[in-house]
Design a protein around this ligand. Sequence first.
Ligand SMILES: [Zn+2]
Length: 131
Amino acid sequence: MPGVKTTEVECEKCGHRFEATVIDHVDLTEDRDLLKKVKSGKVNRVQCPKCKKVMFLQRSIVINFEPESLIVLYDPAATDSERREELERDYKTVVTYNEVLEEIGEEIDFRIISDLTELKKLVTTYEKNHS
Ligand SMILES: [Zn+2]
């Protein structure tokens, strides 16, 4: 599956270290399953195999709303302006993520969202328009 990678997570309850698959990048034209996960709020939800503790990883995810010229960087930690500015500076890195994004880079609407409710709204609207 595109847009995912494996990372090491430390359980916040028992300290056990384990490998988990996390989502880095979602392309809505390809990853319908990820779309469902985003909607249900289960994105980057991991469970410790040892003590069964469920955790939500504080990671940012890039979501490409193609064919709409909209790219959203969802970051639960982007609640202050300093963090947002930092992310906007990183935008060039995001755009060069793949060649398609690079091509349309000048015309896309780039939004940073830290609120999951806001993200769900966007995803729901997208689903309606492109079902
Ligand atoms: Zn644990």
